[in-house]
Design a protein around this ligand. Sequence first.
Ligand SMILES: NC(=O)c1ccc[n+]([C@@H]2O[C@H](COP(=O)([O-])OP(=O)(O)OC[C@H]3O[C@@H](n4cnc5c(N)ncnc54)[C@H](OP(=O)(O)O)[C@@H]3O)[C@@H](O)[C@H]2O)c1
Length: 314
Amino acid sequence: MEATKVSVSNISLSPLGIGTWSWGDRLFWGYGSDYGETEVQKAFEAAIASGVTFFDTAEVYGLGESERLLGRFIKQTTQPIQVATKYFPLPWRWDKKAVADALTTSLKRLEVEQIALYQVHTPFDFFMGQSTLMEALADEVKRGRIQSVGVSNYSATQMTQAHDLLAKYDVPLAVNQVRYSLLTRKIEQNGILETARRLGVTILAYSPLDQGLLTGKYTSDTANQVQGARKLDPKFSANGLKKIEPLINKLKQLGEKHQKTTVQVALNWLIAQGNVIPIPGAKNARQAEENAGAIGWQLSPEDVEQLGFLSLNY
Ligand SMILES: NC(=O)c1ccc[n+]([C@@H]2O[C@H](COP(=O)([O-])OP(=O)(O)OC[C@H]3O[C@@H](n4cnc5c(N)ncnc54)[C@H](OP(=O)(O)O)[C@@H]3O)[C@@H](O)[C@H]2O)c1
């Protein structure tokens, strides 16, 4: 199945991507315990079979393992895949060569010569400064190793600065990847969403299911079964889960109306905001397939409004 593609700057992406932080990450997600390479390979295959060919990774995910796994899976398909990875600013990365070297290592792990999108993972500055960093990224566009440039976790002001610095080299800023979901709507208030629209920068919505909360599978009755790092997150406590019940019930109700699941409604709401591509994580084929089912249909404007109104309480 081929999902309609959306144009993001000079690249073409599926309207939903798959996040691969959990592929190889033991610390937060518990890779290697109840899921491993077989499951995430099936997630990759299920995603592309459903028309989702855009994958988000980063050099730091699983200390490179996420890129390595993605590279291995890409080798086994003839379908064109769009990869976005990320450069992590570190204190000892202070010149343009450090950016080129980091990209060389990522491309090696991914086993490709070019990627669709290269993003700066965080706005930490250290000694390099944004001016040198953006020049280094623009160089890589000219060199052809990356098709487009993005940033992540940049404020409205930082995004505007990156946009303006890249413009000096005729390179557009393609995306700002930020946390955005029905339960985390800060970017609507702090100017990020509005500025991105004005500058023509697409929002890649990370943690669009609020790390699993919006699936509805975590409930106050089963809060004691929450595993791993999420045990430390008060949103996953019995109280936290009790609080979101009205929103989960609304998602279920709309799901019944449209014959979709809670997850699909939550992701469809994000897409309905316009200029937003959600990148939900998926650990296995079932999750990837379900998440891909968020595209190819639309909530009505009334549904979008009702959900938006209800989620303002969080
Ligand atoms: N730029 C950044 O700083 C940054 C930060 C965070 C994330 N990201 C990117 O955004 C992607 C997604 O964010 P995220 O992984 O934090 O959160 P998320 O997409 O909101 O949640 C993903 C988790 O929810 C559960 N899940 C997903 N689909 C499901 C389904 N259909 N049914 C049931 N459970 C499902 C899975 O965990 P369980 O099965 O364990 O419940 C999965 O690992 C990451 O993979 C990464 O690429 C970027």
